[in-house]
Structures are given as C-alpha cells and as structure tokens.
Write a protein that binds this ligand. Structure first.
Ligand SMILES: Cc1cc2nc3c(=O)[nH]c(=O)nc-3n(C[C@H](O)[C@H](O)[C@H](O)COP(=O)(O)OP(=O)(O)OC[C@H]3O[C@@H](n4cnc5c(N)ncnc54)[C@H](O)[C@@H]3O)c2cc1C
Ligand code: FES
Length: 274
C-alpha cells in the first residue's frame, strides 16, 4: 500500500469503557490494536465506519494508561454517533497528529493553565506531566471555567491536583443551589493567579472567544506573547496537511498546530476556531 493510502487508513481500535461525564460529554477508553506514542496536545482522527471522522485531542497520559482516553462533547452528526458507542464496539483511529505543547522552556518558571469547558481535556496530559515533574517548576495554577457545576469535567483529577499543591480556581457561568464557589467567566478570575506574569508560561484551551480574551488579558498583565500557548480548532478532513480544510492565514492547523503561541496567531482572526 502506498504511503498516501496508509495515512488515510484508520487503524482498528476497541472501546473498552465509556464514562458519562456530563450531560453532553463522555470519556471513551479506547484500546488501539497497534499502540502508539503521543505527546500532550496531539490529537487523533476518531472514525466510525459509515459515519465519518472527527479530530479529538488525546486526554490520557502516555506511559500511564495502556489505552487512550478521548473526551468527546456531543455537538453534531459524528459526535452524536460516537456518543451511541458502547463497551466492546469497534472504531477506527488515525494519528497521533499535530505538534505538542512546548514545555521545556517553562521549566524553572511559574505555569498557568486556563481552561474552558471541554478545553480541559487537551490540557489534562500536560497538567499531569508538569505535576509529575513538579520540582522542575515553580507555582502551578489552574483556572477552569464551566457553564454550570454539572458540566465540570475531570473533577477527580482536579481534586488530586489540588492535593498535590496546585492552586485551582474553579468558576461557573451559572451556579446552582449547591454551588458555593466562584461565578463568572475565567477572565474575571485571572487576578486570582499568583504567578509572576513577567516570566510565567501559560497554556490555554477552550472556546475561541475565551482563548482570545485570556491571551489578550494575560499579555496585558505582562506575560510575553511567546510564552502564551493555545490549541486552535477548525474543520478537519485529512489531519495531515493534504486537504486544505484547516488552512487559515498561511497555516495548516493540523500540521503547523494545533498548538500555537500568541505571538504566532495574534494578528489573525481567531474566529476560525469553535
Ligand atoms: C485538533 C482538534 C482537537 C479537538 N479535540 C476535541 C476534544 O478533545 N473533544 C471534543 O469534544 N471536541 C474536540 N474537537 C472538536 C471536534 O472535532 C468537533 O466538535 C467535531 O468535529 C464535530 O463533529 P460533528 O460531526 O459532531 O459536528 P457537525 O455536525 O459537523 O457540526 C455541528 C456544529 O459544530 C460546528 N463544528 C463542528 N466541528 C467544528 C470544529 N472543529 N470547529 C468549529 N466548529 C465546528 C459546526 O459548524 C456545526 O455548527 C477538536 C477539534 C480539533 C480540530
Ligand atoms: S485537515 Fe486537511 S490540511 Fe489540515
């Protein structure tokens, strides 16, 4: 088979467990027939025969789990079909694709994670990696916003991160009767971060309006544009720089990204992201 055919051919994988996380997000534990290495920030094309393929970030930690974990929010045709999958079902996987979060230069500095909604999923591996090497970093903080308390993802991880000394600020747009925590969007809570903005590194993931606002605000608080990173999303078909679906302003999000620094993307309109 030619190399071109190979990159479009999904490998077989099996769903080994499905966890209902929130009303519209499920975590799929997937065991690929041919295991592969991956890095924080990379994604796979999750494919269902006869339905389609969608890019999904890898939310598990390489070397810790043998399977991979994919957190999928139901928004449309393919993700609704994915949500109907059950343990034991066969799926296809292509990848891993894309670059990864650059973490080397953040060593010895403060690290700020800012997530919104399902944006916590691509950051989960990175946060675990930073915590695993905690002695190499200074302050580690996470500001995470959800629409309401029932949509907070990975609460067990968040509790364990807090136990390991990470300062976590949780906020919801709309509280319910039991919520005693913060309310409001994440940008309203950036002032709670005790990081030294001048030499900290930030890793941001969430809806495009949130990404744009957070990047602008933390840059105004003094963080260097080249130290602020996010992942961009766009409609993707091939995932490997061939079809042009993800092309925006001179960049292919699938191969030049999905991780970009604020310096690289500041001049572009981030509306190419969801
Ligand atoms: C690199 C990357 C990583 C991603 N990681 C995750 C993840 O970990 N978890 C997760 O739940 N989702 C993730 N997504 C988004 C996911 O790929 C889309 O939600 C999915 O493609 C939607 O497919 P669908 O057929 O269900 O929706 P469709 O029926 O195609 O569309 C439903 C609605 O969503 C909009 N939409 C669909 N896909 C996108 C998109 N990529 N960008 C902007 N708008 C879109 C459509 O315009 C439409 O309004 C990621 C996307 C990219 C590019
Ligand atoms: S998805 Fe085809 S070029 Fe990026």
């Amino acid at each position: 088979m030619s190399r071109i055919a190979e990159i479009y051919l999904p490998s077989k994988a099996k769903v080994i467990d499905v966890i209902e996380m929130t009303p519209d997000s499920k975590l799929f534990m997937v065991m690929p027939e041919m295991p592969f290495k991956y890095k924080p920030g990379q994604f796979v094309m999750f494919s269902l025969w006869g339905v389609g393929e969608v890019p999904i970030s890898i939310a598990s930690t390489f070397g810790v789990q043998k399977h991979i974990e994919l957190c999928v929010r139901r928004v449309g045709h393919v993700t609704s079909a994915i949500h109907r999958l059950k343990t034991g079902d066969d799926i296809g996987i292509r990848g891993p694709f894309g670059n990864a979060f650059p973490i080397t230069n953040a060593r010895g500095k403060d690290t700020l994670f800012v997530a919104g909604g399902v944006g916590i999923a691509p950051l989960r591996y990175l946060i675990n990696e930073v915590i695993k090497n905690k002695k190499d970093f200074r302050r580690i903080e996470l500001i995470y916003g959800s629409r309401n308390p029932s949509e907070i993802l990975f609460m067990d991880d968040i509790n364990s991160w807090q136990k390991k000394g990470i300062n976590v600020v949780l906020t919801v747009d709309r509280k319910d009767k039991d919520w005693r925590g913060n309310t409001g969007i994440v940008t309203e809570h950036l002032n709670k971060a005790k990081v030294s903005f001048k030499d900290a590194h930030a890793f941001i993931c969430g809806p495009s309006v949130m990404i744009k606002a957070v990047m602008q605000d933390i840059s105004q608080l003094g963080m260097y544009e080249e130290n602020i990173f996010t992942t961009l999303e766009s409609h993707m078909k091939c995932g490997v720089g061939k079809c042009g679906h993800c092309y925006a302003d001179g960049k292919y999000i699938c191969i030049d990204g999905p991780v970009f620094s604020y310096r690289e993307i500041r001049q572009y309109n981030l509306n190419c992201t969801p």
